[in-house]
Design a binder for this molecule. Structure first.
Ligand code: ZN
Length: 238
């Protein structure tokens, strides 16, 4: 009897209160609406079991935030290489997966450098010159071209001997199952493979193993380029 009375009073409160009200009932109504869950009246009339309610809430919240993440990331040009379509809430993104390495600390450092590059927060001369008029966008290693992400990853001649070894390994993997070589595809696609191959290769059934191998090599490549760049700049400064 008490339960029936409580339910009746709750329904009254939900129906009577203004949408702008600070009432607890209206706050709950807003949250349910935000996550596209059932209306409170339906829930009061036919309460779900605790298990099925927890399951519905979890999947509604995951769906909501996944959509927000995908929508927002599309509006940032700097995140264009970051694969968001295959994001699965609660699961580690391939870019953050440490795996079975013997040295997780070193792997974490590699991941952090790669994350900076993929989110375009790794500071190169093109970034410096944007915020400081005294800085030139020209690469200080080769003094030939603007130092942006493409130049750093694929073009700078000073870093060529470093990147060649790793690009050859990536080439071997992709030519193995996709029948093309890195040099045969547009620069933008080459960068996509290096930064987040899951986005370009997403949808291919055997992707997991290949993408993990490419991810591992691309981390090593970016870290090696990062170290070589800093060492060369340091030597030039002296
Ligand atoms: Zn250069």
């Amino acid at each position: 009897m008490k339960k029936i009375l409580k339910r009746k009073n709750s329904k009254k409160a939900i129906n009577r209160k203004n949408e702008e009200s600070n009432s607890w009932f209206i706050a709950i109504k807003r949250v349910l609406f935000k996550y596209d869950l059932h209306s409170p009246i339906i829930l009061l009339n036919d309460p779900p079991t605790k298990y099925s309610w927890k399951k519905s809430v979890r999947s509604a919240i995951d769906r909501y935030w996944k959509n927000i993440l995908i929508q927002k990331s599309c509006t940032y040009k700097s995140l264009k290489y970051l694969g968001t379509l295959n994001i699965s809430p609660g699961k580690c993104h391939t870019l953050l997966f440490i795996g079975n390495t013997s040295d997780p600390t070193r792997e974490a450092v590699r991941i952090s450098v790669k994350l900076k590059v993929i989110t375009d927060t790794y500071i190169l001369q093109s970034h410096r010159s944007r915020y400081n008029l005294n800085e030139t966008p020209i690469c200080k290693l080769c003094d030939i071209d603007t130092e942006d992400r493409t130049h750093f990853l694929l073009k700078c001649k000073i870093l060529q001997c470093i990147r060649e070894r790793y690009l050859n390994q990536i080439n071997e993997i992709i030519s193995d199952f996709l029948n093309f070589r890195m040099r045969d595809i547009p620069t933008d696609d080459q960068i996509q493979i290096i930064l987040d191959c899951t986005m370009l290769l997403f949808g291919i059934p055997v992707i997991t193993n290949y993408s993990k191998r490419i991810e591992d090599i691309s981390r090593q490549l970016i870290y090696a380029l990062h170290v070589a760049r800093y060492r060369t700049l340091d030597i030039k400064k002296r």
